[in-house]
Write a protein that binds this ligand. Structure first.
Ligand SMILES: N[C@@H](CCOP(=O)(O)O)C(=O)O
Length: 397
């Protein structure tokens, strides 16, 4: 299968060792660090018009910044999600513009579709028969869908608290699912035990392979493209593992290096107060996070007590002069439901953290009147109707 000619291999984010992409599929063989796809960016000649009318109308139109050729891709036309203006929020926050990057419009309703498209493509290219991951729900559902598309078997380990739709749809896509009693760390432990016995299971979990976060990168590229390659001032990302922040920072640097943009936005992590290891490390000025002792948030998708991308997210936040904010669940749910009520957009419960964080930044005076703000909605609110509705009931509605 074809690769992008500019794809130069994978580099360890921790020890900087470079590897041939055909030699490794998971973490760094030397130090277990997260691997990043790298490109010969100097050889690329990119301009806004390069992408303007191009097919396919999916994330694969940005093929120069993806490892594989679109013809080789396992795709269900993910990406090309709208950047929706929300003038009412701009007025409330006192900024020039607010947009929601609505990743709920992807095929299985999550930003993870971008990542699973690339990760399952890599697995197929490597000759895998099976893909496997531990998941809080969305990336498991997505992996099952893309494995089905590729004709591969999938194995997903989810905690019992994962949402009904996620669990049901893994099965509907023909995936094998293990529901593990407890929370994500219990599912990850069960997955680690199982995978140790199965060398035919190809990893597709975010940050356990170079390719899932490589797909997430295209959401940022689309934001820049939708703004005519003007960089937004602030991007707020709901944050669990730190995957999205690392991916967005990587994308912003690549666009900057190719000359498509000439600035990098401030990146903010939005975490739940009941599980905020990245925010705590940021506030304490530490380079690494410590695992969160007693995770407890209604936002199961970002309840990650020991995030694999914690240090990478901290790098992204600090290098861009951004920040990290934790918000209580009621404010998160109020954020998601108020945007549904006033702007007609269906944000996932965990993505309500991005709205609540924007309110907090506005209150602290950390936003400027001429700022353009992007809030990332990582997944559709329609999978969280029960949680969102219960928030209204708690208010007596
Ligand atoms: N996938 C999460 C959002 C972010 O998680 P991260 O791993 O990118 O930090 C969700 O759906 O809410």
């Amino acid at each position: 299968m074809e690769t992008n000619p500019a794809f130069a291999g994978v580099r360890c984010t921790a020890c900087d060792t470079m590897f041939d992409a055909d030699e490794v599929s998971g973490r760094c063989p030397s130090c277990e660090g997260v691997l990043d796809a790298t490109y010969d960016l100097d050889a690329l000649d990119l301009a806004p018009e390069t992408f303007a009318e191009r097919s396919p109308r999916s994330q694969w139109r940005y093929r120069e910044l993806l490892p594989f050729a679109p013809d080789a891709a396992v795709t269900t036309m993910e990406g090309e999600t709208p950047l929706v203006p929300v003038p009412s929020l701009a007025a409330e926050f006192g900024v020039a513009a607010v947009y929601v990057k609505d990743e709920g419009r992807n095929p299985t309703g999550t930003i993870d579709d971008r990542g699973q498209s690339v990760a399952v493509t890599a697995a197929k290219r490597a000759g895998a028969s099976d893909v496997a991951l531990a998941s809080t729900g969305d990336d498991g559902q997505s992996a099952a869908a893309y494995a089905a598309r590729a004709g591969l078997d999938s194995h997903t380990f989810v905690p019992s608290r994962a949402g009904f739709t996620n669990k049901a749809m893994v099965n509907v896509h023909g995936g094998d699912m293990s529901v593990v009693e407890g929370r994500i760390d219990d599912a990850e432990a069960a997955f680690a035990d199982a995978v140790a016995e199965r060398d035919d299971w190809h990893p597709v979990q975010a940050l356990a392979t170079p390719y899932a976060h490589e797909g997430l990168k295209t959401a940022y590229i689309e934001i820049a493209a939708a703004l005519d390659w003007e960089t937004p001032d602030v991007v707020i990302h709901p944050t669990g593992r730190g995957t999205g922040l690392h991916a967005f920072y990587k994308a912003a640097r690549e666009l900057d290096a190719t000359g498509l943009t000439d600035a990098i936005p401030k990146l903010y992590a939005a975490q739940a107060e009941g599980c905020a290891p990245i925010v705590r490390a940021f506030e304490e000025g530490r380079e690494s996070h410590e695992p969160w002792e007693r995770p407890d948030t209604i936002c199961g998708r970002i309840e990650i007590p020991d995030p694999a991308g914690g240090n990478l997210a901290l790098d992204a936040i600090r290098a861009t002069d951004g920040g990290a904010v934790s918000v209580p669940d009621p404010e998160t749910l109020e954020g998601a439901t108020s945007v549904a009520e006033t702007a007609g957009l269906e944000l996932s419960a965990s993505s309500g953290t991005a709205v609540a964080t924007a309110y907090a930044l506005a209150e602290r005076g950390e936003l400027d009147a001429d700022d353009t703000l992007v809030l990332v909605n990582a997944g559709t609110g329609s999978k969280d109707g029960d949680i969102l509705r219960s928030h209204l009931m708690s208010k007596g509605i």
